[in-house]
Design a binder for this molecule. Structure first.
Ligand code: NAP
Length: 276
Protein backbone atom coordinates (compact mmCIF):
# COMPACT_ATOMS: atom_id res chain seq x y z
CA UNK A 1 0.00 0.00 0.00
CA UNK A 2 1.29 3.44 -0.95
CA UNK A 3 1.80 6.18 1.65
CA UNK A 4 1.68 8.88 -1.02
CA UNK A 5 -1.11 11.44 -0.41
CA UNK A 6 -3.92 11.23 -2.98
CA UNK A 7 -6.42 13.73 -4.36
CA UNK A 8 -9.50 12.86 -6.43
CA UNK A 9 -11.60 15.29 -8.48
CA UNK A 10 -14.94 14.13 -9.88
CA UNK A 11 -16.00 15.18 -13.39
CA UNK A 12 -12.51 16.42 -14.20
CA UNK A 13 -12.12 15.61 -17.90
CA UNK A 14 -13.08 19.21 -18.74
CA UNK A 15 -14.23 22.55 -17.41
CA UNK A 16 -13.64 23.58 -13.80
CA UNK A 17 -12.80 20.03 -12.69
CA UNK A 18 -9.99 19.84 -15.25
CA UNK A 19 -8.64 23.21 -14.07
CA UNK A 20 -8.80 22.00 -10.44
CA UNK A 21 -6.69 18.96 -11.39
CA UNK A 22 -4.24 21.22 -13.25
CA UNK A 23 -3.79 23.40 -10.15
CA UNK A 24 -3.52 20.39 -7.83
CA UNK A 25 -0.86 18.84 -10.09
CA UNK A 26 1.19 21.99 -9.48
CA UNK A 27 0.49 22.36 -5.76
CA UNK A 28 -0.59 19.08 -4.14
CA UNK A 29 2.27 16.92 -2.84
CA UNK A 30 0.96 13.56 -4.02
CA UNK A 31 -1.00 11.67 -6.68
CA UNK A 32 -3.82 13.57 -8.40
CA UNK A 33 -6.61 11.70 -10.16
CA UNK A 34 -8.64 12.87 -13.11
CA UNK A 35 -11.92 10.97 -12.95
CA UNK A 36 -14.47 10.84 -15.76
CA UNK A 37 -17.50 8.76 -16.61
CA UNK A 38 -16.04 8.18 -20.07
CA UNK A 39 -12.53 6.62 -19.97
CA UNK A 40 -11.66 8.02 -23.42
CA UNK A 41 -12.41 11.60 -22.35
CA UNK A 42 -10.56 11.01 -19.07
CA UNK A 43 -7.41 9.67 -20.75
CA UNK A 44 -7.49 12.57 -23.22
CA UNK A 45 -7.50 14.98 -20.27
CA UNK A 46 -4.50 13.22 -18.71
CA UNK A 47 -2.67 13.43 -22.07
CA UNK A 48 -3.46 17.15 -22.34
CA UNK A 49 -1.98 17.73 -18.87
CA UNK A 50 1.03 15.65 -19.86
CA UNK A 51 1.61 18.06 -22.76
CA UNK A 52 1.69 20.85 -20.17
CA UNK A 53 4.36 18.90 -18.27
CA UNK A 54 1.89 17.85 -15.54
CA UNK A 55 1.42 14.33 -14.27
CA UNK A 56 -2.12 13.26 -13.41
CA UNK A 57 -3.50 9.73 -13.08
CA UNK A 58 -6.88 8.45 -14.24
CA UNK A 59 -9.70 6.38 -12.75
CA UNK A 60 -13.16 5.91 -14.18
CA UNK A 61 -16.04 7.37 -12.14
CA UNK A 62 -19.66 7.89 -13.08
CA UNK A 63 -21.32 9.45 -10.04
CA UNK A 64 -24.72 8.19 -11.27
CA UNK A 65 -23.48 4.61 -11.00
CA UNK A 66 -23.07 3.11 -7.53
CA UNK A 67 -20.95 0.25 -8.87
CA UNK A 68 -18.54 2.73 -10.45
CA UNK A 69 -18.33 4.69 -7.17
CA UNK A 70 -17.65 1.50 -5.22
CA UNK A 71 -14.97 0.41 -7.69
CA UNK A 72 -13.14 3.70 -7.07
CA UNK A 73 -13.63 3.29 -3.32
CA UNK A 74 -12.10 -0.20 -3.37
CA UNK A 75 -9.22 0.98 -5.56
CA UNK A 76 -8.40 3.87 -3.19
CA UNK A 77 -8.68 1.64 -0.14
CA UNK A 78 -6.38 -0.97 -1.61
CA UNK A 79 -3.78 1.29 -3.23
CA UNK A 80 -3.62 4.16 -0.74
CA UNK A 81 -5.52 3.00 2.34
CA UNK A 82 -7.90 5.96 1.89
CA UNK A 83 -7.70 9.44 0.40
CA UNK A 84 -6.58 12.92 1.42
CA UNK A 85 -8.49 15.30 -0.84
CA UNK A 86 -11.90 14.81 -2.43
CA UNK A 87 -13.38 17.44 -4.73
CA UNK A 88 -16.99 16.71 -5.70
CA UNK A 89 -17.12 18.78 -8.86
CA UNK A 90 -19.16 16.67 -11.33
CA UNK A 91 -22.47 18.28 -12.19
CA UNK A 92 -24.96 18.95 -14.94
CA UNK A 93 -27.32 21.75 -15.94
CA UNK A 94 -29.98 21.91 -18.63
CA UNK A 95 -29.65 24.92 -20.92
CA UNK A 96 -32.27 27.64 -20.39
CA UNK A 97 -33.61 27.05 -23.91
CA UNK A 98 -33.96 23.27 -23.36
CA UNK A 99 -37.57 22.19 -23.91
CA UNK A 100 -37.36 18.96 -21.87
CA UNK A 101 -40.38 18.91 -19.52
CA UNK A 102 -39.54 20.49 -16.15
CA UNK A 103 -40.32 17.32 -14.18
CA UNK A 104 -37.76 15.39 -16.25
CA UNK A 105 -35.20 18.17 -15.84
CA UNK A 106 -35.80 18.05 -12.09
CA UNK A 107 -35.36 14.27 -11.89
CA UNK A 108 -32.25 14.17 -14.08
CA UNK A 109 -30.57 17.19 -12.47
CA UNK A 110 -31.20 16.02 -8.91
CA UNK A 111 -30.06 12.50 -9.80
CA UNK A 112 -26.54 13.65 -10.63
CA UNK A 113 -26.02 16.89 -8.71
CA UNK A 114 -27.58 15.83 -5.43
CA UNK A 115 -28.06 12.07 -5.26
CA UNK A 116 -24.87 11.24 -7.22
CA UNK A 117 -22.76 13.62 -5.13
CA UNK A 118 -24.31 12.19 -1.96
CA UNK A 119 -23.54 8.63 -3.04
CA UNK A 120 -19.90 9.56 -3.65
CA UNK A 121 -19.77 11.09 -0.16
CA UNK A 122 -21.43 8.08 1.45
CA UNK A 123 -18.84 5.74 -0.07
CA UNK A 124 -15.72 7.92 0.11
CA UNK A 125 -16.05 10.09 3.24
CA UNK A 126 -15.30 7.14 5.56
CA UNK A 127 -12.00 6.75 3.66
CA UNK A 128 -10.87 10.35 4.11
CA UNK A 129 -7.72 10.39 6.21
CA UNK A 130 -6.99 12.71 9.16
CA UNK A 131 -6.33 16.29 8.00
CA UNK A 132 -8.23 15.44 4.79
CA UNK A 133 -10.05 18.13 2.83
CA UNK A 134 -13.42 17.74 1.13
CA UNK A 135 -14.85 20.30 -1.29
CA UNK A 136 -18.37 20.06 -2.66
CA UNK A 137 -18.79 22.32 -5.69
CA UNK A 138 -22.18 23.95 -5.25
CA UNK A 139 -23.33 27.29 -6.68
CA UNK A 140 -24.62 30.75 -5.85
CA UNK A 141 -27.67 29.51 -7.80
CA UNK A 142 -28.39 27.44 -4.70
CA UNK A 143 -28.34 30.57 -2.53
CA UNK A 144 -30.74 32.41 -4.84
CA UNK A 145 -32.96 29.33 -5.06
CA UNK A 146 -33.02 29.24 -1.25
CA UNK A 147 -34.33 32.82 -1.21
CA UNK A 148 -37.03 31.71 -3.67
CA UNK A 149 -38.27 28.97 -1.31
CA UNK A 150 -41.24 29.36 1.05
CA UNK A 151 -40.39 30.57 4.57
CA UNK A 152 -40.98 27.06 5.87
CA UNK A 153 -38.56 25.48 3.40
CA UNK A 154 -35.98 28.21 4.05
CA UNK A 155 -36.20 27.49 7.77
CA UNK A 156 -35.64 23.77 7.14
CA UNK A 157 -32.69 24.33 4.80
CA UNK A 158 -31.04 26.76 7.21
CA UNK A 159 -31.63 24.52 10.23
CA UNK A 160 -28.60 23.43 12.24
CA UNK A 161 -30.32 20.18 13.16
CA UNK A 162 -31.67 18.96 9.80
CA UNK A 163 -30.57 15.35 9.19
CA UNK A 164 -29.31 13.80 5.96
CA UNK A 165 -32.46 11.64 5.80
CA UNK A 166 -34.66 14.74 6.14
CA UNK A 167 -32.70 16.47 3.37
CA UNK A 168 -33.02 13.42 1.10
CA UNK A 169 -36.78 13.36 1.78
CA UNK A 170 -37.04 17.05 0.81
CA UNK A 171 -35.03 16.61 -2.40
CA UNK A 172 -37.18 13.57 -3.27
CA UNK A 173 -40.33 15.60 -2.54
CA UNK A 174 -39.19 18.35 -4.91
CA UNK A 175 -38.90 15.84 -7.78
CA UNK A 176 -42.28 14.31 -6.89
CA UNK A 177 -43.91 17.75 -6.64
CA UNK A 178 -42.65 18.69 -10.13
CA UNK A 179 -44.22 15.49 -11.52
CA UNK A 180 -47.57 16.52 -10.05
CA UNK A 181 -47.00 20.15 -11.16
CA UNK A 182 -47.51 21.32 -7.57
CA UNK A 183 -43.91 22.34 -6.78
CA UNK A 184 -44.61 26.07 -6.77
CA UNK A 185 -47.71 25.59 -4.61
CA UNK A 186 -45.53 23.53 -2.27
CA UNK A 187 -43.11 26.43 -1.86
CA UNK A 188 -40.35 25.45 -4.31
CA UNK A 189 -38.65 27.85 -6.72
CA UNK A 190 -38.87 27.12 -10.45
CA UNK A 191 -35.27 25.93 -10.84
CA UNK A 192 -34.13 22.32 -10.81
CA UNK A 193 -30.44 23.27 -10.89
CA UNK A 194 -30.91 25.76 -8.03
CA UNK A 195 -32.71 23.21 -5.86
CA UNK A 196 -30.03 20.59 -6.60
CA UNK A 197 -27.39 23.05 -5.37
CA UNK A 198 -29.43 23.88 -2.24
CA UNK A 199 -29.12 20.13 -1.68
CA UNK A 200 -25.33 20.15 -2.16
CA UNK A 201 -24.80 23.08 0.22
CA UNK A 202 -27.11 21.74 2.94
CA UNK A 203 -25.57 18.27 2.58
CA UNK A 204 -22.14 19.83 3.17
CA UNK A 205 -23.37 21.60 6.31
CA UNK A 206 -24.76 18.31 7.62
CA UNK A 207 -21.60 16.34 6.76
CA UNK A 208 -19.39 18.89 8.50
CA UNK A 209 -21.58 18.62 11.60
CA UNK A 210 -21.30 14.81 11.49
CA UNK A 211 -17.50 15.06 11.23
CA UNK A 212 -17.52 17.31 14.31
CA UNK A 213 -19.60 14.77 16.19
CA UNK A 214 -17.92 11.58 15.04
CA UNK A 215 -14.33 12.39 13.97
CA UNK A 216 -13.43 15.62 15.76
CA UNK A 217 -9.83 14.53 16.38
CA UNK A 218 -9.23 13.91 12.66
CA UNK A 219 -9.15 17.63 11.76
CA UNK A 220 -10.95 17.05 8.46
CA UNK A 221 -12.29 20.24 6.86
CA UNK A 222 -15.33 19.98 4.55
CA UNK A 223 -16.96 22.86 2.71
CA UNK A 224 -19.26 23.75 -0.16
CA UNK A 225 -18.28 26.47 -2.60
CA UNK A 226 -19.22 28.43 -5.68
CA UNK A 227 -16.52 28.69 -8.36
CA UNK A 228 -18.05 31.86 -9.80
CA UNK A 229 -19.45 32.28 -13.30
CA UNK A 230 -17.00 30.30 -15.40
CA UNK A 231 -16.50 29.88 -19.16
CA UNK A 232 -17.20 26.16 -19.60
CA UNK A 233 -19.57 24.04 -21.69
CA UNK A 234 -22.06 24.46 -18.85
CA UNK A 235 -22.06 28.25 -18.54
CA UNK A 236 -20.97 29.28 -22.05
CA UNK A 237 -18.47 31.78 -23.44
CA UNK A 238 -20.03 34.92 -21.90
CA UNK A 239 -19.11 33.94 -18.34
CA UNK A 240 -16.66 36.19 -16.53
CA UNK A 241 -14.04 33.75 -15.20
CA UNK A 242 -11.63 31.40 -16.98
CA UNK A 243 -11.69 27.77 -15.77
CA UNK A 244 -8.36 28.37 -13.95
CA UNK A 245 -9.92 31.33 -12.12
CA UNK A 246 -12.99 29.21 -11.34
CA UNK A 247 -10.71 26.58 -9.82
CA UNK A 248 -9.19 29.06 -7.33
CA UNK A 249 -11.75 28.77 -4.52
CA UNK A 250 -12.16 24.96 -4.76
CA UNK A 251 -8.36 24.56 -4.78
CA UNK A 252 -7.95 26.96 -1.84
CA UNK A 253 -10.40 24.78 0.14
CA UNK A 254 -8.74 21.55 -1.02
CA UNK A 255 -5.33 22.78 0.15
CA UNK A 256 -6.23 24.40 3.49
CA UNK A 257 -3.07 23.94 5.58
CA UNK A 258 -2.93 21.28 8.28
CA UNK A 259 -3.04 23.87 11.09
CA UNK A 260 -6.22 25.52 9.72
CA UNK A 261 -9.32 25.16 11.90
CA UNK A 262 -11.65 26.60 9.28
CA UNK A 263 -13.52 27.23 7.16
CA UNK A 264 -15.53 24.09 7.91
CA UNK A 265 -19.18 23.41 7.05
CA UNK A 266 -19.37 26.71 5.18
CA UNK A 267 -20.47 27.91 1.77
CA UNK A 268 -17.48 29.75 0.30
CA UNK A 269 -17.24 32.02 -2.74
CA UNK A 270 -14.16 34.00 -3.84
CA UNK A 271 -12.38 32.41 -0.86
CA UNK A 272 -14.84 34.17 1.45
CA UNK A 273 -17.42 32.51 3.72
CA UNK A 274 -20.95 33.46 2.65
CA UNK A 275 -24.03 33.76 4.81
CA UNK A 276 -26.40 30.85 4.15
P1 NAP B 1 -18.87 21.25 -17.45
O1 NAP B 1 -17.82 21.92 -18.26
O2 NAP B 1 -20.16 20.87 -18.09
O3 NAP B 1 -18.20 19.95 -16.77
C1 NAP B 1 -18.94 19.10 -15.98
C2 NAP B 1 -18.12 17.88 -15.68
O4 NAP B 1 -18.91 16.98 -14.88
C3 NAP B 1 -17.73 17.10 -16.94
O5 NAP B 1 -16.47 16.53 -16.76
C4 NAP B 1 -18.79 16.03 -16.99
O6 NAP B 1 -18.40 14.87 -17.72
C5 NAP B 1 -18.92 15.73 -15.52
N1 NAP B 1 -20.10 14.93 -15.20
C6 NAP B 1 -21.39 15.18 -15.44
N2 NAP B 1 -22.15 14.17 -15.02
C7 NAP B 1 -21.31 13.24 -14.49
C8 NAP B 1 -21.49 11.98 -13.91
N3 NAP B 1 -22.69 11.41 -13.79
N4 NAP B 1 -20.40 11.31 -13.45
C9 NAP B 1 -19.18 11.86 -13.56
N5 NAP B 1 -18.94 13.04 -14.14
C10 NAP B 1 -20.00 13.72 -14.60
O7 NAP B 1 -19.28 22.13 -16.20
P2 NAP B 1 -18.43 23.10 -15.24
O8 NAP B 1 -18.88 24.48 -15.52
O9 NAP B 1 -17.00 22.77 -15.29
O10 NAP B 1 -19.04 22.68 -13.83
C11 NAP B 1 -18.32 22.03 -12.81
C12 NAP B 1 -19.07 22.20 -11.50
O11 NAP B 1 -19.15 23.61 -11.19
C13 NAP B 1 -20.51 21.70 -11.56
O12 NAP B 1 -20.84 21.10 -10.33
C14 NAP B 1 -21.31 22.99 -11.74
O13 NAP B 1 -22.64 22.86 -11.28
C15 NAP B 1 -20.49 23.96 -10.90
N6 NAP B 1 -20.69 25.39 -11.22
C16 NAP B 1 -20.34 25.86 -12.45
C17 NAP B 1 -20.50 27.24 -12.71
C18 NAP B 1 -20.09 27.84 -14.03
O14 NAP B 1 -20.29 29.06 -14.22
N7 NAP B 1 -19.53 27.09 -14.96
C19 NAP B 1 -21.03 28.08 -11.74
C20 NAP B 1 -21.39 27.55 -10.50
C21 NAP B 1 -21.19 26.20 -10.25
P3 NAP B 1 -18.78 14.65 -19.29
O15 NAP B 1 -17.72 15.37 -20.08
O16 NAP B 1 -18.74 13.18 -19.43
O17 NAP B 1 -20.14 15.24 -19.52
Amino acid sequence: MSNVPVAVVTGSNKGIGFAIVRALCKQFPGDVYVTARDPGRGQEAVAKLQEEGLHALFHQLDIDDLQSIRALRDFLKEKYGGLNVLVNNAGIAFKVRDTTPFAIQAEVTLKTNFFGTRNVCTELLPLVKPYGRVVNVSSMSGSSALRGCSQELQRKFRSDTITEDELVALMTKFVEDTKKSVHEKEGWPNTAYGVSKIGVTVLSRIQARMLNEQRKGDHILLNACCPGWVRTDMAGPQATKSPDEGAETPVYLALLPSDAVGPHGQFVSDKTVQTW
